[in-house]
Design a protein around this ligand. Structure first.
Ligand SMILES: Cc1cc2nc3c(=O)[nH]c(=O)nc-3n(C[C@H](O)[C@H](O)[C@H](O)COP(=O)(O)OP(=O)(O)OC[C@H]3O[C@@H](n4cnc5c(N)ncnc54)[C@H](O)[C@@H]3O)c2cc1C
Length: 421
């Protein structure tokens, strides 16, 4: 079947990039239709309602200072709930409050008193903070050329700060315990955390893409519609239906984009697990991230999400989210839950035996292993070839901010280059 009407732009993918592109084009009066193979919008940004709990598909936060998010999202409607600055770090058999920057004075001073931050670190940290603050984001990203580990080494902080705090923090952000991926994401996150809080929306991370989708007419989003192939001025859905479009915008993950373009499919991305437990009493009362500063055991970080936003759990319950990164997943094999439980008992004692395991998400291809990643040759900017454009986080950095930025850039290039009647 061929749909009779030709649409201006057919967007493949209703993740953050595709939705942002759709909103930008729609606001410019250009007709769009967004197709997604899944039954919900948001792609990698999704929340499930499960027995009254909000389960984000992977621990995921928004950094309020993200410039693109600040510009395009309505934070007040998202009702962003901030984490306390810094972290609670597990060092040997203690939990120690820690903050890198003196802009969070109480925790910062505690970090000095408890011996994690040395006097030498204080001077270096204030120099790092000054540099991060005064350097515009574009310039910071351009000047950061090495790996995440090289960012840590360049900061030249004491082994105690680097090993107990910075490494697990940046491993959690890049989803890579080896810290071998590009340092750009780490550098950006450091700047953003200095300029604003880290938050979750009150009713789940999935409310972010839902907010973007609400800016579009309902009928332009076609869910459960997998695009099988693209041709000149048309796309073909899994049902065989062909849709005519002046422009095709591929807003998928890089692996699907390469398949649609017939180019070499990139290597698999990072895998991560997010394990949810429920307890009657929260192991941590404060809205703070708990980092594994010892470097051993499966857990990278833990957060009691209901202590950050009470709407994540029914009254009287606490929702605990635990993140395990790829290297530790491989080590744990099919003993993942029991290895995590053993570490939790070590951290919080026998009370853990009363916690209920609610759900485990294994998220494959969470981030590309290397980025920015180009999955086609030639073209100009985000134009792949005549009539075909692409956007997605992999073209920039794996973050909510850069997925949105990429979507907006693609839409603006289309608006500039294509004449729609
Ligand atoms: C576990 C995890 C934790 C993260 N943590 C953070 C964090 O804390 N902070 C942060 O800023 N970022 C984080 N990120 C990164 C962020 O979520 C991504 O960078 C961003 O969501 C990518 O958006 P996207 O639109 O580029 O891609 P995607 O979200 O992958 O969207 C692509 C869409 O294309 C659809 N699609 C693919 N192929 C087809 C096809 N053939 N036909 C139709 N539809 C198709 C998919 O179903 C999907 O909806 C995290 C990601 C993960 C997975």
């Amino acid at each position: 079947m061929i749909m009779a009407e030709e649409i201006d732009v057919a967007i493949i993918g209703a993740g953050m990039a595709g939705l942002t592109a759709a909103v930008t084009l729609h606001s410019a009066g250009i007709g769009v239709m967004v197709f997604d193979s899944q039954g919900f919008v948001g792609g990698r940004v999704a929340t499930d309602d499960f027995e009254g709990f909000k389960l984000d598909r992977g621990y995921q936060v928004i950094l309020n200072a993200y410039p693109e998010c600040k510009e395009q999202l309505n934070y007040a409607l998202l009702d962003l709930k901030p984490f306390d600055a810094g972290a609670l770090v597990r060092v040997k058999d203690q939990f120690i409050p820690f903050s890198l920057f003196s802009s969070h004075p109480v925790t910062f001073i505690k970090s000095i008193f408890n011996g994690l931050i040395s006097v030498g670190d204080v001077f270096k940290l204030s120099k790092i903070a000054r540099h991060l603050k005064k350097t515009p984001l574009d310039k910071l990203l351009a000047e950061t050329t090495g790996s995440t580990l090289s960012v840590v080494q360049k900061y030249d902080l004491s082994p105690s700060v680097a090993n107990h705090f910075l490494k697990p923090l940046l491993a959690g952000i890049t989803l890579d315990k080896s810290l071998s991926s590009s340092g750009k994401l780490a550098a950006m996150a450091m700047k953003m955390m200095l300029e604003g809080p880290v938050s979750i929306p009150a009713r789940g991370i999935g409310t972010i893409p839902s907010q973007l989708a609400s800016l579009l007419p309902r009928e332009v989003i076609r869910l459960n519609s997998s695009v099988e192939s693209i041709g000149p001025n048309r796309i073909t859905l899994h049902t065989g239906t062909q849709v005519k479009a002046k422009i095709v915008l591929i807003a998928t993950d890089p692996w699907s984009a390469a398949r649609l373009l017939g180019t070499q499919v990139p290597p698999p991305g990072r895998e991560v697990a997010c394990i949810y437990y429920v307890s009657k009493k929260p192991p941590v009362e404060e809205p703070v991230i708990v980092l594994n500063g010892n470097g051993t055991g499966p857990i990278n970080h833990l957060a009691v999400l209901s202590s950050v936003s009470p709407r994540y759990a029914p009254k009287g319950y606490s929702l605990i989210s635990i993140t395990v990164l790829e290297e530790e997943l491989k080590k744990a094999g099919n003993q993942l839950e029991s290895a995590v439980k053993d570490q939790l008992v070590d951290w919080y004692g026998q009370d853990v035996n009363d916690w209920r395991h609610l759900h485990t998400y294994r998220v494959r291809n969470a981030h590309p292993a290397a980025y920015p990643l180009k999955v086609w040759q030639g073209g100009t900017g985000l134009k792949v070839r005549e009539g075909v454009y692409a956007c997605g986080d992999y073209l920039e950095l794996p973050s909510l901010n850069h997925a949105m930025l990429s979507g907006r850039k693609a839409a603006e290039q289309i608006i500039k280059e294509v004449k729609f009647s």
